[in-house]
Design a protein around this ligand. Structure first.
Ligand code: G4P
Length: 532
């Protein structure tokens, strides 16, 4: 199977950052992200056994449980990044919170990774949250390895699921681990990269050079389940493109692994695909020029800020993705937005079991920086240079609410609180063009709870939220400024301004949005906007 030979991951002169593989898992709730995370950590020896990762038991936590979790400082912070080592590589797995704690952070985390694993349930196929997260990956052409999970249960036919991925996501698909049967009839897998037929427990039952050999193997084909699976594999080979590293890295082709996170089936093969094919840290888009990971000076950007719910002191941790250089404890870095230097005395490093004492980090790594509000999402940190990382977007809110003050005297404090928390990335804040209402926009309901709790605690301003009848929002722009003015005048009631004063169109639902797009061909509607 030479055509699928893995790319070499190590050159003669491997720099530390070249051993980093920074990725996230994207999936819909219940597809098996937590189970797979445990399996990956267990396969690398970072945890002793599956069942130790936060999330499983907490994920269905009620709101009050969640507050308590946050209060027990550290638990959710440390699980935001999981680092493990395998085959001489360091994998940084960034958590993309789902379920009730789905938020803009979930989306923005994807701006800090170089690759993603997309977990799909064999029975359910592509579900809504997977699709949303995939679209964010596509914004940056992030290469994706697909893991079709739960082959130990009855699901769709492999060819059907490949078809669904290809047509729904407009991606080329290439199976690299093929299932022999499924559910109670599961007989094992064919690893098309290594050229091995594996038993359900992962033992090598047969090696091969070419799939044609398997089709002619009488012993294998005596089992009708295996014969049928090999025949469909043959069809898949005939109809689908071969794996191509460049196309994968450009984000246009996804290799597909069929397996079971729960049973550990195909997890080593997934890890091998990530190690061999997922890119080392990529150049970071920035102005005036992209930042190369090989540049000696340290740079990075904040992609997430985690507040500490029980503190009155606004202490929080900024998660910084390093883009270049070697970061060391005690270093001074400049926040390009404010021009202020920050002595970073207590950075948090996230390392697996084998590297607990490490106190350096390189491009691709994540460093947690405790601060009192000086760092916001999107901030660039450098050793003094004034370039700015780009491509850190705001995402159009999916939930919009009017903010209602319980005590009208506190209007001014409310303005300050909303402005601070918007800066930090907790929620987005908008002002209606007609009337003076504050609107807040979020992508997950828990963000609203967090916002209200923090405004009450940190600013002593009690608030409630009211429905405003809008479900969607899109930033609007036009080549022709007069056309934009006409659009704004004609739709004043449906328009608001964001913090930067840019107009955003509010729609009752997708039908209204589609109608506005049709009626105003000169206006462009955007679901994301670069943070400024
Ligand atoms: P998530 O983080 O994506 O939400 O999913 P999670 O790993 O929690 O898995 C969701 C459910 O699917 C769990 O069952 C889990 O055991 C099951 N699951 C995950 N991978 C596989 C697999 O390969 N095969 C099968 N058959 N099931 C799988 P649960 O009953 O909801 O939770 P639990 O009681 O097992 O914790």
């Amino acid at each position: 199977m030479t055509e699928l030979a893995p790319a070499t991951t190590k050159s003669a002169k491997t720099l530390p950052y070249q051993s980093r593989r920074t990725f996230a898992i994207i999936s819909h709730p219940d597809a098996g992200k937590t189970t797979l995370t445990e399996r990956l950590l267990a396969a690398s020896g970072a945890i002793q056994e599956a069942g130790q990762v936060r999330g499983r038991s907490n994920k269905r936590a009620t709101r009050s449980d969640w507050m308590e979790i946050e209060q027990k400082r550290g638990i959710s912070i440390t699980s935001s990044v999981m680092t493990f080592e395998h085959s001489g590589l360091t994998f940084n797995l960034l958590d993309t919170p789902g379920h009730s704690d789905f938020s803009e952070d979930t989306y923005r985390t994807l701006t800090a990774v170089d690759a993603a694993v997309m977990v799909i349930d064999l029975a359910k196929g592509i579900e809504s949250q997977t699709l949303k997260l995939f679209e964010v990956c596509r914004l940056r052409d992030i290469p994706i390895v697909t893991f079709v999970n739960k082959v130990d249960r009855e699901g769709q036919e492999p060819l059907d699921i490949l078809d669904e991925i290809a047509s729904t996501l407009a991606l080329d698909v290439t199976p690299i681990v093929w299932p022999l049967g499924q559910g109670v009839d599961f007989r094992g897998t064919v690893d098309l990269v290594a050229g091995e037929v594996l038993s359900p427990s992962g033992e090598v039952m047969r090696e091969f050079e070419d799939v044609d050999e398997l089709l002619l193997d009488e012993k294998l084909n005596a089992d009708p389940v295996i014969r049928n699976s090999l025949e469909t594999l043959d069809l898949a080979r005939a109809g689908l493109p071969e794996f191509d590293l460049e196309t994968f890295r450009a984000g246009h082709l996804t290799p597909v692994v069929f397996g079971s996170a729960l049973k550990g089936i195909s997890v080593p093969e997934l890890l091998a695909a990530l190690g061999d094919w997922a890119p080392e840290p990529r150049p970071q888009p920035a102005e005036p020029t992209p930042i190369l990971p090989s540049e000696p000076k340290v740079s990075g950007f904040v992609f997430k800020v985690q507040a500490n719910m029980d503190a009155n002191h606004r202490d929080r941790v900024a998660f910084v993705r390093l883009c270049s250089g070697t970061f060391r404890r005690g270093m001074k870095l400049r926040n390009v937005r404010t021009g202020k230097d920050l002595a970073i005395a207590n950075p948090m490093f996230f390392f697996g079991a084998t590297r607990e004492t490490a106190d350096e980090a390189v491009a691709g790594d994540i460093v947690g920086i405790p601060n009192h509000g000086s760092l916001s999402v999107g901030d660039t940190l450098t050793e003094g240079a004034s370039f700015k990382v780009t491509g850190i977007p705001n995402f159009a809110p999916e939930i919009l609410r009017r903010v209602r003050l319980t005590d009208p005297i506190k209007a001014k404090q409310l303005g300050k609180a909303l402005s601070d928390l918007a800066e930090e990335g907790v929620a987005q804040v908008f002002r209606r063009m007609v009337g003076a209402d504050w609107l807040v926009g979020v992508v997950g309901p828990l963000q609203l709870e967090v916002l209200a709790a923090r405004i009450a605690k940190e600013y002593n301003v009690p608030i409630t939220f009211e429905d405003v009848g809008f479900e969607m929002a899109r930033w609007v722009e036009a080549e022709d400024k007069d056309e934009l003015k006409r659009f704004i005048t004609a739709n004043k009631l449906e328009l608001a301004e964001d913090k930067a004063g840019d107009p955003i169109f509010l729609a009752q639902n997708s039908w209204w949005l589609a109608r506005a797009e049709r009626d105003w061909p000169g206006i462009r509607f955007f679901a994301t906007k670069e943070r400024n």
